[in-house]
Design a protein around this ligand. Structure first.
Ligand code: AMP
Length: 569
């Protein structure tokens, strides 16, 4: 049996091909979305999914999320005292999904098709394969996420050549891919995106609007508890607007109550700037693919944030027609992975041209920007090679020192997309000595980047032609086969929290998160309820635990819905 897995930044899903159609497999909580979060419990056992996500807030030192963004790097994440590589954390998520599938299918699951973003580099793809191996899975195939989305919509069933555009707006990123299927070979003709545009930005925009409209004192912005609660309310309101035309956002701080009504038209108006930013990656992708809009056979929506009607309308306006959205956008990639798994089992799998010959991140230096007169702003990131540039590539840019008498320039090299250098990943630094008494004080900085991820930085002082250079090793993070084997046995020794107990564990984790959030009487009440439930769990007697869990869930649900609106005592 080959399964299809969407190993996502926020959530992961597993699906199988069954009776001629793909089917999602729910986890032990009965949910198809398993948060890509890992946490180590007090007894050293591993929690994956919702319980781990709850513990991100209550036990941040023992919990991790967003590690997909670190794949292919040699970053280390500590959960308590134990160090994990990004592949290992991904492997724990994969292992949990594999166990869910095995429990549902009642047979061992050993092979998988795993999806990756189209722009993943060779190193990121190798790290994903390693994660599969560490989870005890043979990775039959890595499949591009947009290809998976197109497969879920049956691109392979069309006659002749077909061209799809996949519009994927997730929690934090926006990706547009133009796909071309010809003679059973799928090619990503172009991809473009915005690494800093996603569903979370709609929440931040509404939070700002709430402060203005409901006249919330600005000082509350530094109150973490208030901000956390407000963001949760706003997230709920955003989702509510996907199903109904209006909603209300309420928040309370002590005796003060704040409130804002919101309907679709106002939501659209507040988020106009974000919606406008969707346009340029679409235009860029179509231009790079040299395709007029009219030649697209289908436009497919993926990513949870495309559930927002305002986003769908914007897409419809841009494309002059309604995009396909019959399949849940947060499930479409996993379903497509299962379609590929099904094709593979029948020996009819689609082939793909994989684009790994692009720079996955922008590479540049930290610079100082003159604001006015002698006013400067330091630490701005200035890209020299931009993300998605075809490699190998060599680019040069000229820089000047800010001070007339400056003797040294410290070139700091970064990778990433953030505006400020310190928000990106620092790769190295190079000291460039400047001669005095010369007219041209410029320095040419050349970046040369190759397929192995090797970055060569060369700074040439114009006046003297003196050259300073630095070589930054590519892909420092990859594991050898031998290391994978060693880590596999180390990882296998870690106990994953027993499946049959995960529901109650998740409930306790959620209650602990709420406990931190509350103050005064409600906090005391909830604290007592947690202790009472833990006492019931200690009996290990299902006849006591089951009714206690039911009652405890009702209490937790009550506090969860009311927590932000309740007065403190
Ligand atoms: P993904 O990364 O694809 O899981 O997308 C997650 C994003 O989708 C988050 O920003 C969610 O807030 C958003 N999202 C999920 N469901 C909905 C919904 N029903 N309405 C609006 N946004 C949603």
């Amino acid at each position: 049996m080959i399964v299809g897995i969407d190993l996502g930044t926020t959530n992961s899903l597993i699906a199988i091909w069954e009776n001629g159609a793909p089917r999602l497999i729910p986890n032990s909580l009965g949910e198809v979305l398993t948060p890509s979060c890992v946490s180590v419990d007090e007894d050293g056992s591993i929690l994956v999914g919702r319980a781990a996500r709850e513990r991100l807030q209550t036990h941040p030192q023992h919990s991790a999320a967003n590690f997909k963004r670190m794949m292919g790097s040699d970053k280390t994440v500590y959960l308590g005292k134990r160090a994990f590589r990004p592949e290992e954390l991904s492997a724990l998520v994969l292992r949990s999904l594999k166990e869910d599938a095995e429990a549902a299918l009642n047979q061992p699951v050993t092979e998988a098709v795993i999806t990756v973003p189209a722009y993943f580099s060779d190193a990121q793809r190798k790290a994903t394969r390693a994660a599969g191996q560490l989870a005890g899975l043979k990775v039959e195939r890595l499949l591009n996420e947009p290809t998976a989305a197109a497969l879920a919509y049956g691109i392979h069933l069309r006659d002749g050549e077909s061209k799809f555009l996949v519009f994927d707006l997730g929690g934090g990123t926006f990706d547009v891919s133009v796909l071309d299927l010809f003679e059973n070979v799928m090619e990503v003709r172009a991809s473009a995106g915005d690494n800093y545009l996603g569903g979370e930005d709609f929440v931040s925009t509404l939070v700002d609007r709430f402060f203005e409209t409901a006249k919330v004192p600005e000082a509350l912005r530094s109150d973490a508890r208030f901000m956390q609660g407000l963001s949760a309310q706003v997230e709920q309101a955003k989702r509510a607007l996907s199903d109904s035309p209006r909603t209300v956002i309420q928040a309370r701080d002590g005796e003060n109550e704040y409130r804002m009504e919101l309907d679709e038209a106002a939501f659209e108006k507040h988020c106009a700037l974000l919606l406008a930013r969707l346009r340029s990656p679409v235009e860029r992708a179509l231009r790079d693919a040299r395709l007029p809009l009219a030649e697209l056979d289908n436009i497919v929506l993926a990513g949870g944030a495309t559930r927002m009607p305002i986003v769908r309308r914007m897409a419809a306006r841009m494309f002059g027609r309604f995009p396909s959205c019959e399949i849940n956008p947060d499930e479409v990639v996993a379903l497509g992975a299962a379609v590929q798994a099904g094709l593979k089992m029948r020996d009819a799998a689609l082939d793909e041209v994989v684009m790994t010959d692009v720079a996955p991140y922008s590479l540049g230096v930290s610079t100082t920007v003159r604001i006015a007169g002698d006013q400067f702003s330091h630490g701005h990131f200035d890209p020299i090679i931009e993300r998605n540039t075809v490699i190998p590539v060599s680019r040069v840019k000229r820089y000047y020192p800010i001070q007339d008498n400056q003797k040294v320039v410290e070139l700091q090299v970064f990778q990433g997309e953030a505006r400020m250098a310190s928000d990106n990943i620092k790769l190295g630094e190079l000291e460039v000595r400047l001669p005095s008494g010369v007219e041209d004080r410029g320095v040419d900085v050349r970046f040369t980047y190759d397929v192995n991820g090797l970055l060569q930085v060369e700074a040439t002082v114009i006046a003297t032609r003196e050259v300073f250079s630095l070589v930054i090793e590519g892909n420092p993070g990859l594991l050898s086969e031998q290391e994978i084997a060693q880590r596999f046995s180390a990882l296998s020794e870690l106990k994953i929290h027993p499946r049959d107990r995960i529901e109650n564990r998740t409930l306790v984790a959620r209650a602990e998160r709420l406990y931190q959030h509350l103050r005064g009487m409600p906090r005391e009440q909830l604290g007592r309820e947690i202790t009472r439930f833990e006492t019931a769990l200690e009996t290990q007697d299902q006849r006591i635990i089951a009714p206690a869990a039911k009652a405890f869930r009702e209490v937790v649900d009550y506090f969860d819905h009311q927590s932000f609106l309740l007065p403190e005592s």
